[in-house]
Design a protein around this ligand. Sequence first.
Ligand SMILES: Cc1cc2nc3c(=O)[nH]c(=O)nc-3n(C[C@H](O)[C@H](O)[C@H](O)COP(=O)(O)OP(=O)(O)OC[C@H]3O[C@@H](n4cnc5c(N)ncnc54)[C@H](O)[C@@H]3O)c2cc1C
Length: 482
Amino acid sequence: MIGGGIAGLAAAHRLVELTSTVPYGLDVTLLEAAPRLGGSIATEHRDGYVIEAGPDAFLTEKPWAVALCERLGLADRLIGTRADRRRTYVLHGGRLRRLPEGFALMAPTRLGSVWRSDLFTWRGKARMALDLVLPRGPDRDDESLAAFVTRRFGREVLDRVAEPLVAGIYTADAATLSLRATMPRLLDLERRHRSLILALRRARPAGDGAGRQAGPGGSSGPRWGLFATPDAGMGLLISALASRLPAGAMRLGAGVRAIVPSGNPGAPARYRIVVDGGPAVPADGVVVAARAPEAAALVEELDPRLADLLRSIPYASSATTTLAFDRRQIAHPLDAFGFVVPRAEHVPLLACTFCSVKFAGRAPEGRVLLRAFAGGALRHDDLARDDDALAAMTEAALRPLLGISGRPHLVRVHRHAGAMPQYLLGHGARVAQIEARAHAHAGLALAGGAYRGIGIPDCIHSGEEAAERVLGAIVPQSAARR
Ligand SMILES: Cc1cc2nc3c(=O)[nH]c(=O)nc-3n(C[C@H](O)[C@H](O)[C@H](O)COP(=O)(O)OP(=O)(O)OC[C@H]3O[C@@H](n4cnc5c(N)ncnc54)[C@H](O)[C@@H]3O)c2cc1C
């Protein structure tokens, strides 16, 4: 296993699970370049706060993260989002306004709440309703999220909802983001039902005014109600996975330089894994769970064309700044999980999460924990500051929006350089080519957020599938050797 992020750990864990009952005689080794496991996932516990450096939750709708937590004995440690605050604000005209209830997959499902909203003009509202009568779009394999949303709902939904949500979730530009690779359901709904509003309304469970996102206080935003996280933070998932791997299976500070074919039919293994500053590791199977550019460097000698394809997946950088205050320092009611920031507002933030509102146990009583996101595909220049300047920029941006007085008790900046793969138009076709080439090398598999989903459940799924694929290629070999 190369890479000790969630995908590499899930792969290693799956191999251990699969081989625990059958004596295949396999050794599992996980090589991680950094001095710690987790990749983008890291949780800090400080002064009674639970501070997430990267992801703070995962979707429960996709089964793989919840299933893994169950197998790890963490099911009782999972908490959901607070039901009575499931809503999102959008910054518009310098003021935070509620995203109308019932926005599902960036499409409105409750026209009543849209009519009452001060987020859109009357013209914008009327344009949104046109979706009810518009014909299907032309049949095509892929379309940018911006083109699709504008075509169905008009420019205001793009500028005020879709673009900032996409910037917050994918740190991406909606104009180049592949809809097929990120939200294929929207394309499929249009193909089957024509009108998105009608299709999503039909999909709502009976009696649920706002669809599956609904909580007692109404809901909006990117499926807030469907997220879960360990009570002690996402780091618990990493430590639980690590604890299930055999002693000595994990090597930290072990940066892999290359995967080379052993080149000799009589060699003890198919590949030699060249590790910086250490002896090469022989391996019959390899799961590469590093980011795509790093994976490209590793397979360069093995398959230069595969390396080129991997390099064609671009990445964006972001940073999170976490700030803690006394509740009385903030005038805003904080009756939501946070807000998103459209580009047109010219505020140097992508979004802000009210962490201690979203999940219980994130801050001591009477305190508030906020986390703001900066950078992304469209705002990377904002990251060119040092940590102190980034924190000051964030604090200055939040102060008028939330009515903050006084200074924060705690400030933490976490950077995620080149951490977020960008699923550009045609991403699905690119990944199919990458997989076809990778599968031509027996015992080699790729895993991680670069390919078929950036979310934690998708990364876990990709790691587990890669482990199964590699095991399938190894078992005949290792059995033959015994
Ligand atoms: C700020 C932020 C917030 C996010 N929020 C959410 C969220 O709330 N919910 C959600 O579901 N997802 C979220 N995501 C996405 C999700 O966290 C990532 O997609 C996921 O963690 C990626 O996991 P991974 O294992 O593929 O890669 P990574 O976490 O990037 O791990 C790759 C590992 O490979 C190692 N490596 C690289 N090269 C080598 C080498 N040559 N040799 C050895 N090791 C190497 C790296 O050091 C790293 O540890 C967020 C991402 C970011 C950045």
